[in-house]
Design a protein around this ligand. Structure first.
Ligand code: ATP
Length: 445
């Protein structure tokens, strides 16, 4: 089994992620987050927001609508060029993204003959790549024939740019400043797959950072955000050897620089987040199409200009997939006994702790444990388990990524101490109940 298969199976077994519409045979490219996955996702998004908005003076957040005026997508260039190159196998009729089959340098330089490449599934001949729009169409209104055709947003970026003027006039931001957003995006992907890596419905977490339209100044910010975003993944425990910066071979005509932060997914580097210098493209296009003045008046220099934008665009679901992959370990505890453990950073772990009474048929232990559980859950998500033997309960929490297991035993009744077992080292220590809160809080600081 490869790492994607192992994770898909663990995710389903433990309630992290299920196939979307599972009982109907699924719907390709859609996924539902279960109880543990939902907590993990909330934690990840909260950490993003804390780093990118809460702790910064120069970034504010917004939450724009998913469905927008269709003119937005004309202005952004999506209706014209948000497309992937589709090739179909003439024999088995499977469809592929030609840019996934042909090496990148050759593909971007259009230096290839399709006959030199074969269907990855059956070896059949492939058709010439055709542009296939990945925008998901939707219709609003009640009268057939008069319905407004628009799109489910293909990226969350445009919701920020169309609100540039609103944000500037309703807040105290001054350039350089950024607007962050987290939300759903939809793409009619030709080949959804690799678990949640390529989905048709997914979430993005983005920053649009507006700077003076000066090359040196804007490149300084580009480098700043490129490094800051990598640091964020490292700060949440991702292993540095699994991260890579990839420079884009071909830039959009308006772009000044673009890098991807890639993750080493089972030996293959895969895009996790893009850092793009988009020049003045977005604001000037919206200015042109909306006929509104979207320039910025700089009080300090008394200049009026269209700012440049540095974008950091990460996938929430891809980050979750790669955090899970990074945390996944199979460890031989003793000969023939392998445990599966998710060594997730405590900040990301769905449950911060699990509380167990040593024996479920001793009411005095259950009551004492319940008190500990009730007091900790006021602050954090905490699991409760009284089934089976302690060893099995530890293993279940290892697979859930719970960093600490707290057991209430007969000594607890005497001296108010509990056993705290560490997920990663499997060592145990006695801690006073009164100190438990600070102990867990210190791991989340
Ligand atoms: P790819 O080349 O993999 O299709 P992209 O370059 O089109 O990705 P962007 O448009 O830059 O991706 O989107 C920014 C981020 O959104 C990506 O880095 C990724 O984390 C996430 N993302 C994009 N498409 C998907 C998808 N189909 N499923 C899940 N996440 C996605």
């Amino acid at each position: 089994m490869d790492i994607f298969e192992k994770l898909t199976s663990l995710a389903k077994r433990r309630g992290f992620i299920y196939q979307g519409s599972d009982i109907y045979g699924g719907l390709a490219g859609t996924w539902d987050y279960g109880p543990l996955g939902t907590e993990l996702k909330r934690n990840l998004k909260n950490e993003y927001w804390k780093t990118m908005v809460q702790l910064r003076d120069d970034v504010v957040g917004i939450d724009a609508a998913i469905i927008m005026n269709p003119k937005v997508w004309e202005a952004s260039g999506h209706t014209e060029s948000f497309a992937d190159p589709l090739s179909e196998c003439k024999k088995c009729h499977h469809r592929f993204r030609a840019d996934n089959i042909i090496p990148e340098e050759k593909f971007v330089a259009a230096d290839f003959t399709i006959a030199d490449y074969k269907c990855p599934d059956c070896g059949g001949e492939l058709t010439e790549p055709k542009r296939f729009s990945t925008l998901v169409e939707t219709y609003l209104g009640v009268i057939d024939g008069e319905k407004l055709k628009t799109y489910l947003r293909g990226e969350i970026t445009q919701g920020v740019h169309v609100n540039f003027k609103n944000v500037v006039s309703s807040t105290r931001v001054k350039i350089p400043f950024g607007v962050a957003q987290i939300g759903k995006a939809f793409r009619n992907e030709i080949t959804p797959g690799d678990f949640t890596f390529r989905s048709r419905e997914f979430e993005q977490m983005e920053l649009q950072f507006y700077v003076k339209p000066e090359d040196e100044e804007s490149m300084k910010w580009f480098e700043y955000w490129k490094n800051a975003r990598k640091q964020w993944y490292l700060s949440l425990g991702m292993r540095e050897e699994n991260l890579n910066f990839k420079k884009h071979v071909k830039l959009a005509h308006y772009a000044k620089a673009a890098f991807d932060i890639e993750y080493n997914a089972g030996g293959e580097w895969k895009e996790m987040e893009g850092i793009h210098h988009r020049g003045t493209w977005d604001l000037s296009r919206h200015e042109q199409f909306s006929k509104q003045d979207l320039t910025y008046f700089d009080e300090e220099t008394k200049e009026r200009y269209t700012p440049m934008v540095i974008e950091t665009s990460g996938g929430v679901d891809r980050a979750i997939l790669f955090f899970l992959m990074d945390a996944y370990r199979e460890e031989e505890v003793k000969e023939g006994d392998v445990r599966t453990v998710l060594k997730l950073h405590p900040k990301l772990a769905p449950m911060k702790a699990a509380v167990f009474p040593l024996l479920s048929n001793k009411p005095e232990l259950v009551e004492k444990a319940r008190n500990v559980y009730e007091s900790l859950r006021k602050e954090w998500m905490v699991a409760w388990d009284e089934r089976g033997n302690i060893g099995k309960r530890y293993r279940a929490q290892d697979e859930a990524g719970t960093p600490y297991c707290i057991t209430i035993d007969f000594d607890t009744l005497e001296d108010d101490t509990v056993t705290v077992r560490d997920r990663d080292t499997m060592t145990q220590e006695r801690i006073k109940i009164a100190e438990l809160r600070d102990f867990i809080a210190s791991k989340l600081a």
